[in-house]
Structure formats: C-alpha cells, structure tokens
Design a protein around this ligand. Structure first.
Ligand SMILES: *Cc1c(COP(=O)(O)O)cnc(C)c1O
Length: 377
C-alpha cells in the first residue's frame, strides 16, 4: 500500500492542540510560573532523581505521591489520582464518563481541551454559553441538567481564559441537582485560594482537578492530580494509561510537593501583581480587563489581533483569543515577574496610544517582528 485509510471519523474536524508558543523576552502566553524552581530545591530534586531506578517500571499509581497529596487534603490515598498533567486526567474523565451515546455539558468560553476530549471520545457536547461578562448562566445550566441526560460537566474555577471563580453556592446547587460527574477544574486554585474540596465529604459526584504546572513551576514535568470519591477514582484508574506518570516525574513532584511552602512568596507576588496589571490595563484608553482570580488577565480591545502582533514585535508574547468563539477582541496576558509585567504594560500603552509604527530600530526587534509573521491561528 502507498496510502493509508482515513483515521477515525471523530478526528475529522479537530486540530492538534497548539499553544502558539514563540520565543520572546516576556513569555506571558501559557500561564506558567515565571519563576523556575529555586536552586536549593533543584539540588534536592537532582539528589532524589539520582536514586530512581531507571530500568524498573514506575509505581503505576504513584502511591508515595498520592499519600502526600491525600494527607495534605485530609483524604485517603484511594481518593487521589495523579496523571501526566491535569490534561491526562481530563481525558480519562472523557473516556470513563463520556463515549458514544453519552453527553458532556460545556460552559464556553472555557478551556478548549474539554470539548476536544469529548469529540475524540465520541461524546455528544451540549453547551450553555456564559453571559456577556463571562459569568456562568446558572439558571440555564441547572435547567439543562434537569433534562437528565448530561453524564459529566466541568466547572472551571477560576475559568480559563476569562479569569473569574464560579460561585461556590452555584457549584453546590449543581452537585445537589444532578448525579452527573461534576469536575471542578481548580488548575489555578493556589492563586484564587478558594476550593470546593470540602464538598467531597458529602458529594460522591464531585471531582476536583489540580496541577503542578502553574503555581508549582512544573509545566515541563507534566504532573496533575484529581481529588474525588473512591468510586470515581476507581473508575478513572481503569481507563488510565498504566505508566503515564514516569518515575522521574514522581520523584520531582514528591520533592516539590513536600516543599510547596517555598512557592508561597512567588504566588503572593503574582496575586499582588495581578491587581497592579489589572489597574494598569484599566488606565489604558480602549482596553477593558475582566476580573481575575488566577495568574492571568483577559482583556478586550479594538484591533486586538494587530495589537498582538505589535506586542510581539516589542518582545512580549501574550495569547491571542481575538478570533475564538465568544472571545472576539480578547487577549490574555499571564502575570509574570514585575519586570515582565512592566514591559507588557509599557508595550501595550504604546500600542493602544497608536504608536504602532514606532519601533526600536535594533536587529533583535526586527528579527522578532519577522518571526511573528508565519503564525497560524
Ligand atoms: C493548565 C490547565 C490545566 C492542566 O494543565 P496540565 O499542565 O496538563 O496539568 C487544566 N485545566 C486548566 C483550565 C488549565 O488552564
């Protein structure tokens, strides 16, 4: 054969996930922690990694790490599942609670991975779009759930990319109203300092998703975890790839989790900077930021797509949502170090004040402007 037959039909409309990552001076596009793991902790990680037997398969469920996470959350090991990033656990949820003949309820605009996972697994997607201010249309969600066919939903709190928390009373009313699996995605919990974890005690249909990628500076390692009832964890463990979390990642995550207090000053700085960036954005004519409880701020402006280009030409990479459904004219800037945030605000001020054509005539700036061209959305 010289050709290959088509892949499964549910792949037809899908695009591979593309974070649209490009080199820049201020990387504010992926909600990563701007500070890498500190030197002392890094040395401790290296010592621990040096002890890992590389010829042996890892502990499939990463029980040592599960125990650490369980203890910190007042839960048992059986109520914790770790995954190759939160993304793997989200896919496991789609495999276990979705599938042909089943329905996922999406609350767009939100994290695009949920809908992609549903489509990949042949799950029907029902949608209750958010209101114009990106708050959840709570009555509409409860009405949709009352139809009884929804098998699982994800409430992202704080929501990505829009930034605000879901109301706790609303989450509780959803948990009470349905026996669908309710995943509350708390990927940014360390920046909002709010969690619905206490409801696990009363609600078997709740699962709380967390990640090491944002607050704990481990986006490069791929580590996420889910807190849920034992029944939910047992079902998810059935569909999980047996060795998806490798032994090196387990060792790194153990050290980081045991020393997570060391990340606290960095988290505090991001929370303070978030307020400063929002205020800086509000002060720029024509720019409207949305409230955020996370480590990024979404904002709307005229000509957002050209503004993205002009920011990139100035060495600042943010995420362009200007052509995404429900997010017309919106860009998202992750909160970086104070210096990166200054660079971002300064560049955006210039861009919004109509000085788009004034470029610093240095070779580096020109190079970056060129690199921006082949961007595919
Ligand atoms: C970043 C993120 C995740 C998980 O990311 P991983 O790097 O796969 O752990 C999950 N949900 C949301 C909303 C996110 O923004």
């Amino acid at each position: 054969m010289r050709s290959v037959r088509p892949a499964a039909p549910q792949l037809a409309g899908l695009e591979p996930y593309d974070p649209k990552y490009l080199p820049a001076c201020a990387l504010l596009s992926a909600n990563e922690n701007p500070r890498d793991v500190g030197e002392k902790l890094r040395r401790e990680i290296m010592r621990e990694v040096a002890r890992v037997p590389l010829n042996r398969y890892p502990d499939p469920l990463a029980n040592d790490l599960r125990d650490l996470i369980a203890e910190a959350n007042g839960l048992s090991r059986e109520q914790v599942l770790v995954g190759n990033g939160g993304d793997e656990l989200l896919f496991d949820v789609a495999l276990a609670w979705g599938g042909p003949g089943r329905t996922f309820l999406n609350l767009p605009p939100t994290f695009s991975v949920y809908e992609a996972n549903a489509r990949l697994t042949g799950t029907a997607v029902a949608s209750v779009p958010r209101r114009a201010d990106f708050s959840i249309d709570e009555e509409a969600v409860l009405a949709r759930l009352a139809e009884g066919d929804v098998d699982y939903l994800v409430i992202t709190s704080p929501n990505n990319p829009t930034g605000a928390l879901a109301r706790e009373e609303f989450v509780l009313s959803v948990l009470d109203a349905t026996d669908a699996l309710v995943v509350v995605d708390e990927a940014y919990f360390e920046f909002s300092r709010r969690t619905v974890r206490p409801y696990l005690a009363q609600h078997e249909n709740l699962a709380v998703l967390r990640t090491f990628s944002k607050a704990f500076s481990l986006a490069g390692v791929r580590m996420g975890y889910l807190l849920a009832g034992e029944r939910v964890v047992r079902e998810l463990a059935k569909v999980r790839q047996p060795y998806s979390v490798d032994a090196v990642s387990q060792a790194v995550a153990r050290v980081v989790y045991e020393n997570r207090a060391e990340f606290e000053p960095g988290i505090q700085s991001i929370i303070e900077e978030r307020a400063r960036v929002a205020e800086g954005l509000r002060a720029i004519p024509g720019v409207t930021p949305f409230p955020s409880d996370a480590n990024y701020v979404l904002f709307r402006m005229e000509d957002a797509s050209s503004a993205w280009e002009a920011l990139y030409a100035r060495g600042v990479l943010v995420r362009d949502f200007s052509r995404a459904p429900y997010l017309e004219g919106c860009l998202r800037a992750s909160i970086g170090t104070p210096e990166e945030n200054d660079a971002f605000l300064r560049a955006l001020r210039e861009v919004a004040m109509g000085k788009c054509d004034v470029r610093v005539p240095s070779a580096r700036t020109t190079e970056r402007a060129d690199a921006a061209e082949p961007r595919a959305d």
